[in-house]
Design a binder for this molecule. Structure first.
Ligand SMILES: *Cc1c(COP(=O)(O)O)cnc(C)c1O
Length: 376
């Protein structure tokens, strides 16, 4: 039997090969590797796709978060609230700009930031007085959009702005509004394995605000002002490569179709596994981008090893919460301070998820998992 891929990028490439190859060669021919016409073409198409006024292409999802925080002047003395259960990039950018991360617990069913705990943490930070509550980074973990309405209600009341970390949720939506329009600024990633991926590093920031877009474009290009050697502000080298934009144009056109295929696979997993494990929650009105299909089980490590033995790759996203990582330890409340984030790290298991899995493979994964659960 063929090895089962965790994410299948080869089938998608085979489908788009003629188009992608031609577009890459076009870039090689015109030679505008930086700021070539494909960048503006992709930005226009991607903005239209999500329904945002602006899409600012950048060099990675991490730089998208960094540039968005820089655009608001977040820095020393500012508190940035973020979930304890996320990828490290969400926390790292906060420290890079000299601000202070405040870790917030997540909801045990959705994996996403818990608005009630956010309310408590903002109030406690404000009361303590040492830091100014500035931003909350809402992560759409595994492709499920966060609880934006509830979070906005909490954050807005404290004068805290919402920044969306949509690295995993391109193609998702809430109540008919697509990811990219759910917060004043939305950062996303085009890392190859994300729902919309390029062939290297890439990312983007979406916003509806013209003035914000201008600042974002300036920061990604070394703080460029009115002309090339006019430096208006401190920036970074954060542009999206022309070749990556060229790869993204045909892939964007497939995003909705591929999301629908992931949705079908998620429903099949639900049907087969729903009586055996805790399957992902599906909040009303949310369109899940299914970057990952993540179940919760006791005895996770043993089950993962049994699946590996049977040739089925799985991943643990994530084995350790942010507040217990060595690099961030001194900013957290230590063990026991975010009980749900800590518990999830011991229980989560992400199954192979991609648009090109056939039913037999999905059934084989489910059968093997169910057998492994019973073989304790
Ligand atoms: C992948 C990811 C990032 C970082 O994106 P890169 O393009 O790899 O820099 C940030 N946040 C989350 C939640 C991610 O999953």
């Amino acid at each position: 039997m063929d090895a089962i891929p965790f994410v299948d990028l080869k089938t998608q490439y085979a489908r788009l090969k003629a188009d992608i190859d031609a577009r890459i060669h076009k870039v090689l021919d015109h030679g505008q590797y930086i700021n070539g016409p494909e960048v503006a073409e992709f930005e226009r198409k991607c903005a239209d796709h999500v329904g945002a006024r602006h899409c600012v292409g950048v060099s990675s999802g991490t730089d998208a978060l960094l540039i968005a925080l820089m655009a608001r002047g977040v820095g020393p003395g500012d508190a940035v609230f973020l979930p304890g259960f996320t990828y490290t990039a969400t926390a790292e950018v906060v420290l890079l700009i000299g601000a202070t991360p405040v870790f917030v617990d997540v909801d045990p069913d959705t994996f996403n930031l818990d608005p009630a705990d956010l309310d408590r943490q903002i109030a406690a930070t404000a009361r303590a007085g040492a830091l100014k509550p500035r931003m909350v980074v809402v992560v759409d973990l595994f492709g499920l959009p966060g609880a934006y309405a509830a979070i906005e209600a909490v954050a807005g009341g404290h004068g805290v702005e919402v920044l969306a970390d949509a690295a995993q949720s391109m193609g998702g939506a809430v109540g008919g509004r697509r990811v990219g329009t759910l917060a004043p600024m939305t950062a996303t990633s085009f890392f190859p394995a994300k729902p919309l991926g390029c062939y290297g590093d890439g990312g983007a920031i979406f916003t509806d605000d013209d003035a914000t877009a201008e600042i974002l474009r300036s920061i990604r290009a070394h703080g460029q002002g009115r002309s090339k050697y006019d430096v208006a502000r401190v920036g970074v080298n954060g542009r999206l490569d022309t070749i990556q934009a060229a790869v993204l144009i045909p892939k964007l056109a497939l995003l909705d179709e591929e999301r629908a295929a992931r949705e079908r696979l998620s429903r099949r997993y639900d049907r087969r596994l729903g009586n055996h494990v805790k399957v992902p929650a599906r909040p009303d009105g949310c369109v899940y981008a299914w970057a990952q299909y993540t179940i919760q089980i006791d005895d996770r490590d043993r089950v993962q090893a049994a699946l590996k033995e049977a040739g089925i790759p799985t991943m643990v996203y994530y084995p350790r919460p942010m507040h217990l990582q060595s690099a961030y330890l001194r900013h957290g409340g230590g063990e026991g301070s975010l009980p749900t984030s800590e518990a999830l790290c011991g229980r989560v298991l992400s199954l192979p998820m991609h648009p090109y899995m056939d039913d037999e493979t999905a059934d084989r994964i489910c059968d093997t998992l169910i057998a492994a659960l019973g073989a304790a």
